[in-house]
Design a protein around this ligand. Structure first.
Ligand code: BV8
Length: 259
């Protein structure tokens, strides 16, 4: 594959410099350069034989709690041994250079916060938190440590509960407050930067169209063309760790500051 271009279109740079309300929507692709496999990529090793969509579902957990728990434990360890990449850091830098910035992510790895982003809207939850499968109350890490040999550990909050990750599974509703904040931000944006998402998972995938319907210009960053890139005003073909730092540098140049 040819290396991605490096120059940003002039009209994109001008729009970026004039934007007052910027919203970013990220997907699994922004963590790819941190070594975290995306949902569409074949899972690795032991997990290559399983469909992530089946594992990330209440039905999958009900059918085989141990298998789903172990898959999340494998992902937690992979995430724990990985770091945010320049794409995550660039989004944190961009937030400091615009009047209003809102970061919405489909990802559950917490890398945006590790890279310094604040007020991140985690549409699909966060894999590092554990909840009770019946009450959805948070389970303390020391309970997990005391029951590390059980897959999954029983819940401390309900006699029939099990420990599960605090993520939104397919078929489960998103947190209403988080979703309405994301929809409000998208409908008020004058620029939406979409990075690393196939745009296949709803309702997250509907946010770029919502922003465009309310007059936002949209940039899509993805090595592949997707339904979102076809809607976008600009499609920057290539990795987010390549393009997001270039957006931050271009804005810093316009503001006369270093990112
Ligand atoms: C709900 C947490 C309702 C778990 C995840 C409307 C229409 C159609 C279907 C539906 C609909 N509404 C609801 C549905 C059903 C379903 C859905 O959307 N199904 C799809 C598959 C058709 N949605 C739901 O079930 C949602 N719930 O709507 O509930 C409801 C209401 C009331 C009561 C009950 C129910 C819940 C969806 C949330 C699922 N949970 N994650 C976990 O992580 O284990 S989603 C999961 O998939 C991840 O969060 C991940 O982010 C996401 C996949 O999307 P992407 O982020 O795009 O990742 P993907 O791998 O697909 O693509 C990566 C992209 O990156 C690619 O394009 C690739 O080219 C690109 N890339 C690769 N490398 C790079 C790169 N880009 C940049 N740089 C790189 N280096």
């Amino acid at each position: 594959m040819a290396p991605p271009a490096t120059a940003l279109p002039d009209d994109l740079v001008q729009t970026l410099g004039q934007a007052k309300r910027v919203v970013a929507l990220t997907g699994a692709g922004v963590s790819a350069e941190s070594g975290i496999p995306t949902f569409r990529e074949a899972q690795r090793g032991l997990w290559a034989q399983f469909d992530p969509m089946a594992l990330a579902s209440p039905e999958g957990f009900a059918a085989d709690p141990a298998r789903v728990w172990d898959w999340y434990q494998w992902r937690r360890e992979l995430i724990g041994n990985s770091l945010p990449n320049p794409g995550h850091h660039a989004l944190a830098e961009l937030a400091g250079m615009v009047d209003r910035f809102c970061l919405i992510t489909q990802n559950v790895d917490g890398f945006h916060q590790l890279a310094g982003s604040t007020n991140v809207l985690e549409l699909h939850g966060n894999i590092t938190r554990t909840i009770c499968s019946r009450t959805r109350k948070i389970v303390d890490p020391d309970w997990l440590a005391r029951h590390a040999g059980q897959h999954p550990p029983p819940s401390p909050h309900h006699p029939d509960g099990l420990c599960r990750p605090d993520v939104v599974w397919f078929g489960e509703a998103l947190d209403e407050r988080v979703l309405s904040q994301a929809m409000q931000a998208a409908s008020q944006a004058d620029l939406m930067i979409v990075a690393g998402t196939a745009g296949a998972v709803y309702p997250a995938a509907g946010l770029p169209a919502l922003a465009a319907e309310h007059g936002a210009r949209t940039i899509d960053i993805n090595p592949e063309a997707t339904a979102i890139s076809r809607l976008a005003d600009w499609h920057l073909s290539g990795p987010s760790a390549h393009w997001l730092p270039r957006l931050a540098a271009a804005l810093a140049d316009q503001n006369g500051s270093s990112p």
